[in-house]
Ligand binder design. Sequence first.
Ligand SMILES: [Cu+2]
Length: 122
Amino acid sequence: MEAVLVNTIGVLLIIAIIWWFWLGPRRGAVQAVEASEKLQILVRGGVYEPDHIRLPANQAATLHFRREDPSPCSEWVIIPDLGISAELELNQETSVEIPAAKPGKYPFSCQMQMYRGTLILE
Ligand SMILES: [Cu+2]
């Protein structure tokens, strides 16, 4: 019985460590920008909806992420090729500014890459 307790504590500690280093809150640059046309992306059930977004290249834009998934997995959205990472508030809309960039495919994901999407600039 005692061994079970010790094991349980060990497992909880490991979860706490993983939480702290990989899933916990981190600081990121979030820029909220007013946009005339709304591009809303729902974050729920392990997928971004839509997960492919086409935008004109060489033109700044704003994406509005609405996170409805309470799991910490979905807390951040990261676009590595554009140097963007944004923290998403639960049940709120977070504006993510996309800078003018050359044509191409720019993958975005949560920090553990369970949520995945692609930004297509053309
Ligand atoms: Cu994730």
